[in-house]
Design a binder for this molecule. Sequence first.
Ligand code: MG
Length: 274
Amino acid sequence: LVDSMDRNDTKLPHLFSVWPRVASRLHRAKHILLFLDFDGTLVGFKPRPEDVMLPAPARIVLARLARHSRLKVFLISGRRRADLRRRARVPGVGYIGLHGWERNGRRSLSVESRKSLRAVRSILAGALEKLPGVWIEDKKPVFVVHYRRALAADARKAVAITLRRVDSRRNDLYSVRGNRVVDVLPLEIEGKGQAVLDLVSDQPRGTLVIYAGDDTTDETAFAALAGRGITILVGPRRKTQARFRLRNPQELISFLQKLQQGLASGIVTAGRAP
Ligand SMILES: [Mg+2]
């Protein structure tokens, strides 16, 4: 399963190549908080993001994990929370949408942010219209420029135009490059890293945090958990703040199954008996 390159790589080891070490950390943890990104992490990419659904094996193992008393599971995504929930349909897990913005409780954006988002979106709608395969997804309030179906030259143009327009409103907006997308966000949406820190701060001491993600937007979470969590980059090797790696969503699901079996059999128990 693990090739020699992975075994020799001490900088970003394959999670399964260091499993005994990881299992012992899981064994010692009293509580575990598990954060999972959705697209590219739990599910593969489809040309149309609206075609993506969580496969049954992932749904089954997540539902089992969510029932475990010492473990909390959160799905965290750039998608809207309602959309994420509909595509995952796992009972008992927490859903966090719009890069951490949509959690429990309502928050609203400043008037300036809303204006800037509207203005840039409408300018881009005109400017990107001529580029085949480039389209804007309006997630209200944020929006995403998609170029998965565009030719390389058109994709480059779309990214350059988007970044320039966002930069012209940098007092209100910023952009994050993802997997063949550029997310355009107001500054109030601080990203996944801050969301994770907020949720972790509510947890009892001795909580072990696991975070798995594939994308640039997950790097803020990897960084926020540096030195304390089990952070997992899903996908091809690249520069990352994550500590471990898995190759694809299938391997992530295997990890979840290992974790679930470990918890169920007591091999990975959650702390000492009282
Ligand atoms: Mg992702």
